[in-house]
Design a protein around this ligand. Structure first.
Ligand SMILES: [Zn+2]
Length: 461
């Protein structure tokens, strides 16, 4: 290890660097010009990879973030590390900007935190061209590919901005990226120049991956949230869902439940972020707008009500759990089907999307042999129903589960069959959902014709 690096570690009180941290840092210190793409799982000590060199470089390091909350978070860390840091972002007044330029001119600044849109402004670019930069860092660099073509065109411009600034060292960081994304950076960020790829495994061994089959989310979600360890984060795909499920969960569980999405005001968002950051037992419902927001380390469970758009999104979001390294769980709700599908290890399936060979699985429902179990209380009830006093029709099965037996069947002995009234505490909406799921998932089938027309068929389970 380099003498400078060793000395710096001593001053910082750091006794150990992960191998990839050392690779990234040494790469920056050894070479005058370098392009690096670094894929590190969240919580792997990314900041250190550029803070430490920033402290050693004479000229400032520019760090580009997609979100204000991340910039604020980094400012806090840099202040802790004793690095003089300035922020360049939208909404700053002229005097505030002037202060930044003065500090830069005085040559005391170690870190400049900004975003693609601000950097692309001609005035900002002109001022920064006066400053020699040592290193540029693009954090959450998957945004280049993800957002560059749509609502953040500033990300597409980033490559040419860096070129104009003549930055000798560029490092792109992300938690997860497929090879296609990395290829894309090579073009847009590094202008086709050669770069080194440093990839730590995307696996998070302390995460347990589970698919949870449900008949009714209205019923399963509150139960799961009460059952699993908290604080918990529930990802929904739309703002409307976030509000609706937060309301339902709050009513059903009496837990401290709040919600977060991009439509909230800045004050509201900050308030929720602070609340969740402190919370030991809270439940936050969020769209992916929360995804990169806050560095909360003690989240124990992350739920997904439906699948994320892609494996990167899923790992990124699920990876919000257990960032303290302690056991945590990622639960994806899936519609329960009577027909058992063949499943492979959840971890292997996820990681194969990142070109990783199947790792030793440190926990998933498939490897434990718990996949595709029917919703817990259902299967024995259905089997008993089949053996019930006489063959039931649709309405009778429904009445049985809801705990309502029409007078004509009072003598049938049905209320004595275990499972009678299984759904009697559920509201009408939930019972409707449950029933629909039973029929659609083919848990229940009824004869279409013949002598038994309309009556329950033998069950598949
Ligand atoms: Zn597994």
């Amino acid at each position: 290890m380099d003498e400078r690096l060793e000395a710096a570690l001593k001053t910082w009180g750091i006794s150990y660097l992960f191998p990839y941290q050392e690779l990234v840092i040494q790469g920056l210190l050894d070479r005058e010009a370098v392009r690096q793409a670094v894929i590190l799982p969240t919580g792997a000590g990314k900041s250190l990879c550029f803070q430490l060199p920033a402290a050693l470089f004479e000229n400032p390091t520019l760090v580009v973030y997609p979100l204000r909350s991340l910039t604020a978070d980094q400012k806090r860390r840099s202040d802790q590390a004793g690095l003089t840091t300035v922020i360049l972002q939208g909404g700053q007044t002229k005097p505030q900007r002037q202060q930044v330029w003065d500090k830069l001119a005085a040559g005391k600044v170690k870190l400049i935190l900004s975003n693609p849109e601000t950097l692309a402004q001609p005035k900002v670019l002109r001022e920064l061209q006066k400053v020699a930069l040592s290193h540029a860092v693009i954090d959450e660099a998957h945004c280049v590919e993800l957002w560059g073509n749509s609502f953040r065109p500033g990300y597409r411009e980033l490559g040419s901005v860096l070129k104009k600034l003549e930055v000798p060292r560029i490092t792109a960081f992300t938690a997860t990226a497929t090879s296609r994304i990395v290829e894309d950076w090579a073009q847009s960020l590094f202008g086709g120049e050669a770069f080194s790829l440093i990839r730590a495994t995307a696996d998070r061994p302390n995460l347990d991956f589970v698919h949870e089959p449900y008949l009714s989310l209205r019923r399963s979600l509150p139960r799961a949230v009460l059952r699993e360890a908290r604080p918990a984060l529930v990802f929904c795909r739309s703002r409307e869902q976030v509000r609706r499920w937060a309301h339902h969960l709050h009513r059903e569980t009496a837990l401290d439940v709040r919600f977060y999405h991009a439509g909230l005001t800045r004050e509201e968002k900050t308030g929720i972020e602070q609340w969740f950051f402190q919370s030991q037992d809270g439940v936050l419902l969020a769209t992916n707008a929360y995804g990169m927001g806050v560095d909360k380390s003690g989240i124990r469970t992350v739920f997904h009500l439906e699948e994320a758009p892609g494996p990167e999104d899923y790992l990124q979001e699920a990876g919000r759990a257990g960032r303290d390294g302690n056991p945590a769980r990622a639960i994806l709700f899936v519609r329960a089907k009577a027909k058992k599908a063949v499943c492979t290890c959840r971890r292997a399936t996820l990681l194969s999307a990142f070109g990783e060979e199947a790792p030793a699985c440190s926990g998933c429902d498939v490897c434990r042999g718990q996949d595709s179990v029917p919703p817990p209380d259902l299967s024995p009830v259905l089997r008993r129903l089949e053996k019930a006093v006489h063959r039931l029709d649709r309405e009778e099965v429904r009445s049985f589960l809801a705990g309502r037996i029409p007078p004509a069947l009072w003598e049938s002995g049905l209320p004595q069959v275990p499972g009678w009234g299984l759904w009697k505490d559920e509201d009408d909406l939930t019972v409707r959902e449950l029933w629909k799921a039973l029929e659609e998932g083919e848990w229940l089938k009824f004869h279409e014709r013949g002598l038994w027309k309309g009556l329950l068929k033998p069950l598949p389970v």
